[in-house]
Each structure stands twice: as C-alpha cells, then as structure tokens.
Design a protein around this ligand. Structure first.
Ligand SMILES: [Zn+2]
Ligand SMILES: [Zn+2]
Ligand SMILES: [Zn+2]
Length: 351
C-alpha cells in the first residue's frame, strides 16, 4: 500500500521526468530539418492509422458481444413469460389469442442470424441440409428452420434466440463454417402494438416510463414511435397522440395485448393490435407494394384511377386499381393484392 505522502512524491517524480523528456523533445524538434519533420509526421500518421484500426476491431468485437448478450436477454424474457402464461392459463389460449387466430402465445419469438457468404462460387447449395451438417443439428446441435439467401447474405432462422446464439458460436469457431461464411448479426424481429391517447409531449421520457412501470416491457420494448398527434377543435396539438410500441418478443407483446393496457406516469393507456391494412407498405407514387415513394423509380400512377398522374390531380369519376385492375382504388381492403400483402404482414409480425 502506498501512503499519501509517498504517492505525492511519486507523482512529483513522474511530473519532473515528463517535463524533462518534453523539453528534450522540443529541443530535438527545433533542430530537425523540414524533411525530418515530414518523415516524423508520416510515422505519426501511420501509428494513428494503426491505432484507429485496433480501436475499430475492438469496437466491432464489443458490438458482437453486446448483440449476443441481447439475444440471451430476449431468450430469458421469452422463457420467463412462457412460464408465467402457462401457470396463469394452463388450459386453452386466452379469448384474445383465439380471436387473433388461435396462436399459442407460449411459442417464443424466432430469431434470424444474418451471415455473410465469403465463398460464393460453390457447387453445393447453401440450404437447411448443409446447415444441419455444419451445425451438427442431427446430433443435438442447433436446428435451422429456414435458410434464405439474398446476394452475398444468408438469413438463417432458428426457433428461438438461444438456438440462434448457439449457432453463431459454432459458426465463429468451426473451421468448416469459417471457410464458407461469417455471422454479421442477428435480426431482431419487432412485434408491434398500438397505444392510444398517450401523453406524447416527451416521447423518450414516455418510452422510459413505460419500461419502468410495466415489468413485461422492461427488456422487451425496443422503441416507441408517434403515429398520430391529436389536435383540438382549433387545430392546435393537445400533447396527446397514438403510438406504435415495438417489442422484440412476441410473447411480451401478446401479454400486453391480452391485458389491453399499459401504465404510464399519468394514467393507463389502452393498447390494441395494429391494423395490418394500414401497416402494409404501399408506394404512394406508383401504388405498388414492398417499397415507399422515397425509393421508387417507377412511373407515377393514380391511386384512384391508375392513370399516369398523381392521386391528388385525379379528375376521373371511375376507380381502377393498378395492382389487380379491379374497379376499386389501390390499397382497397378488398383488393386481392392488398389481401395477399396483409396476410404476409400478419404472418411476419402478428402471428
Ligand atoms: Zn413506387
Ligand atoms: Zn386518377
Ligand atoms: Zn386491386
């Protein structure tokens, strides 16, 4: 143990030494020629670059560890909710769950591992069968449920976050895996719900308060987005609005939907299921599905009559849908294309 007096002496000595070295450096610097200075500067620049690289690598590694931890947290929350709901409802699913399509709310959220493919020109297709071999799935290894590929990325979906984390560990350590690909992250699937008449004067505070006051939202609520700001008769914002709540766990979201409400500082807000018809992404420029107008390179189409003008400029009396050519406006709830998109959305986020 160093006594305070000793410590002071040591500090003084260190300071004196540093000062001496510094004045020596300054003298040296003054004696250097321009060329020598430039050379020294280049050495410093290289050192800085090397340091930057080291720093970036460390940051990346830390990020990967954080993501893994997050996965374990999700898995833990899922298990906890499953245990809770199974003791509360040992028999059939709740009324709300049955109405929403008879989904068993004890099923944990699936987790998708995103993998970058290094070796693209292989004869062997990268499918579930190859994954089974690589992950030793038949012998208690993690089991991939779905494998899909987009360009140089592979999306491997597992039954839950634990399976996906196990797979990630294998992929990062097994030589056979490392030769083909590299995991770059996990897709955390978001499960939405809508909160009505919330105090949105400070959304970040509202988000934190929801986590604070509702145990099932603590580790699972990822984000709160304002979807509608309510105005009074004079058109002035009231500070109240509707919000979209995004959870990383289907079980947590369903539990909150079942209890119909969430607690916030001032009051309980009503929580309802999202309207899939409104959530489906349709482009307001070309009226097609799957992208938004910011990313549209198609021609302008009218949402009322399918003519080549914007919806706002429409003078036509009759309706025509550009997607199915039926006699209704684009995005109509009865349009077969809209119905198809809604079904896709429900499968992804609601069921
Ligand atoms: Zn478009
Ligand atoms: Zn039109
Ligand atoms: Zn249609």
């Amino acid at each position: 143990m160093v006594s305070p007096g000793n410590e002071q002496n040591v500090n003084k000595r260190v300071c004196t030494k540093a000062t001496n070295e510094l004045s020596f450096d300054i003298e040296l610097l003054a004696d250097m020629t321009k060329d020598q200075l430039l050379k020294q500067a280049r050495i410093f620049a290289t050192q800085a670059r090397n340091f930057q690289k080291l720093y970036n690598d460390a940051k990346q590694a830390l990020e990967a560890e954080k993501q893994k931890l997050q996965q374990y947290k999700i898995a833990f929350a899922e298990k906890a909710f499953a245990a809770l709901t199974s003791t509360a409802r040992p028999q059939a699913g709740s009324y709300a769950a049955v109405v929403r399509g008879g989904r068993d709310e004890n099923i944990p959220a699936r987790s998708t591992l995103v993998v970058k493919i290094d070796q693209t020109d292989r004869d062997q297709p990268i499918d579930t069968k190859l994954m089974d071999n690589l992950l030793d799935s038949k012998n208690k290894g993690p089991v991939a449920q779905q494998v899909s590929r987009k360009d140089d990325k592979l999306y491997v979906t597992f039954a839950d976050a634990v399976e996906s984390a196990r797979a990630q560990t294998i992929m990062e350590s097994k030589a056979e895996c490392k030769a083909i690909f590299k995991p770059i992250g996990t897709q955390v699937r978001m499960y939405p719900a809508i909160g009505l008449y919330a105090d949105i004067s400070d959304v970040r505070e509202l988000e934190n308060d929801i986590r604070f006051r509702n145990p099932c939202a603590r580790d699972t609520l990822q984000k709160v987005i304002v979807t509608k700001r309510l105005k009074n008769g004079a058109g002035i914002e009231t500070g109240l609005g509707h919000i979209k709540l995004l959870f990383n766990s289907a079980a947590a979201r369903d539990r909150i939907l079942n209890q119909n409400r969430m607690f916030t500082e001032g009051k309980a807000i009503r929580v309802v299921e999202v309207d899939a018809n409104r959530e489906v992404r349709r482009c307001y420029k070309c009226q097609k599905y799957g992208h938004t107008q910011q990313h549209c390179s198609d021609t302008v189409r009218c949402g009322h009559c399918a003519g080549q003008h914007s919806t706002g400029e429409c003078r036509s009396g009759s309706k025509r849908c550009i997607n199915c050519h039926g006699e209704h406006a684009s995005g109509d709830r009865t349009c077969p294309e809209q119905v198809k998109e809604v079904r896709k959305y429900r499968l992804r986020f609601l069921e």
